[in-house]
Design a protein around this ligand. Structure first.
Ligand SMILES: *Cc1c(COP(=O)(O)O)cnc(C)c1O
Length: 425
């Protein structure tokens, strides 16, 4: 069966809103590690990892085994927010392997399973804890598409679909938005301290330490530290959105870790379950945990299968530094490979940005180039997406468990695809 025929039912019946199916037009059937296989048996190397959901690869055998055992013993699947042994074991593992080693005393709030659910809860509790409504968010931020989170998201393509006002968010420039020689926090600090600025004292500032959807922009350590100082000095809560950049993606468990700052609130989702099952949580400093019992609910706050694989992921990968050491090695290989591609095409003016295993090849000279490379790479058996306000950044998001051989093979496909696209032009 040809791919065209195989996709007929999607064209006929699935809403026009469908997105990734257009970039990767085939019917995927199974996957392991960094390899996807479609219904015709064709293999694809995965440099996308479910937009950061599959940091430990597809169907990681350690998680699959634990999930099958849990199902076979009739473990609780759905439990609202009742206590279950799966949830208890996850919280204990998170406390022991994530919070305690980093000296964090945050409480855990389990929200509905999407990232946007976590962001909504974070914004709501920040407003409630401070009694203020304004939230500062940054240029090119992506925080989700539900109304509250969408108000904090920058991209006009998404904002334009809201149909109602997106209120109570003030936009300020992210690190290096005006070039690396301008410290954009000068503007935030001046506006906060100037009663004429028009910026009301915010409840919170929400920020990604590495912007994923916004084009792989990396906030510097100094910028994050200064942001923490500015917010702390004025009683403004600092929310780190770690939904994409967290859970090892940026090289450490949290993307903010390298800067040494302690956020008041942290949102986590995407790769936290490890297996790709939906799960989200919000970390709250105890003073910020002002919720009254049941004040923010959600039927699917207790995806117990996700708790099982999430616990196994923490135990398997975060008990010592072997995993982060391996990420650091692969990070160097990826950066070196991208630097070589940029150096070999000086007339294109490519810029390489990233950290850990989240990298972007920014093709600002010709903003259509990244999309054309992605399409050509797919024809050659590589799944790789674009990001940025103009989809001008080729986005490298391989599983953190990818082998060095696979990383090199994917980079070779990108290089071949780039040269094919340039030759065709
Ligand atoms: C993906 C993402 C979200 C939204 O998560 P959904 O599950 O799509 O609602 C929020 N913030 C960041 C940084 C993300 O990458």
């Amino acid at each position: 069966m040809s791919s065209e025929t195989a996709l007929d039912v999607f064209d006929r019946r699935e809403s026009e809103v469908r997105g990734y199916i257009r970039s990767f037009p085939t019917v995927f059937d199974r996957a392991t590690g960094s390899t996807l296989v479609d219904a015709d048996g064709r293999e694809y190397l995965d440099f996308f990892a479910g937009a950061g959901v599959l940091n430990y690869g597809h169907n990681n055998p350690a998680f699959t085994r634990a999930l099958i055992e849990y199902l076979e013993r009739d473990g609780i699947i759905h439990g609202l927010d009742m206590a279950t042994s799966a949830k208890k074991a996850f919280i204990e593992a998170f406390e022991r392997l994530v919070l305690a080693p980093r000296g964090l005393d945050h409480k855990l709030q389990f929200t509905g399973p999407t990232g946007a659910n976590a962001v909504e809860a974070a914004l709501k509790v920040a407003r409630q804890a401070t009694g203020r409504s304004t939230v500062v968010a940054f240029t090119n931020a992506f925080h989700g598409l539900s109304l509250g989170s969408l108000a904090a998201t920058g991209n006009s393509h998404y904002r334009g679909a809201a149909g109602v006002g997106l209120d109570d968010v003030a936009r300020l420039p992210y690190d290096a938005y005006l070039g690396t020689d301008v410290d954009t926090l000068d503007l935030l600090e001046k506006m906060l301290d100037d009663p004429g600025s028009g910026l009301d004292l915010p409840a919170a500032v929400i920020v990604e330490a590495v912007q994923g959807e916004g084009g792989i922009n990396v906030a510097s350590t100094a910028w994050l530290q200064r942001l923490r100082e500015i917010t702390a000095a004025r009683g403004i809560l600092l929310i780190l959105d770690e939904i994409q950049a967290g859970v090892g993606r940026s090289g450490a468990f949290f993307a903010f870790e390298e800067s040494g700052i302690v956020p008041d609130i942290v949102t986590i989702s995407k790769s936290i379950s490890g297996s790709g099952l939906p799960m989200s949580l919000v970390l709250l400093r105890p003073e910020v945990d002002v919720w009254k019992p049941g004040q923010h609910t959600g039927t699917f706050r207790g995806n117990n299968l996700a708790f099982v694989s999430a616990r196994v992921a923490l135990e398997t990968y975060w008990a010592d530094s072997a995993f982060t050491d391996a990420i650091a090695e692969k990070s160097e290989l990826l950066r070196a490979g991208l630097d070589r591609i940029a150096a070999d095409h000086p007339d294109q003016g490519f810029v390489v940005r990233g950290r850990g295993l989240i990298f972007g090849l920014a093709c600002d000279g010709d903003r259509t180039l990244a999309g054309r490379i992605s399409a050509e790479a797919f024809r050659r058996g590589l799944v790789i997406e674009t990001s940025g306000a103009f989809d001008e950044v080729l986005k490298f998001l391989p599983a953190l468990t990818i082998s060095e051989e696979e990383l090199a093979r994917g980079l070779a496909i990108v290089r071949e695809s780039l040269d094919a696209v340039l030759a065709a032009a």
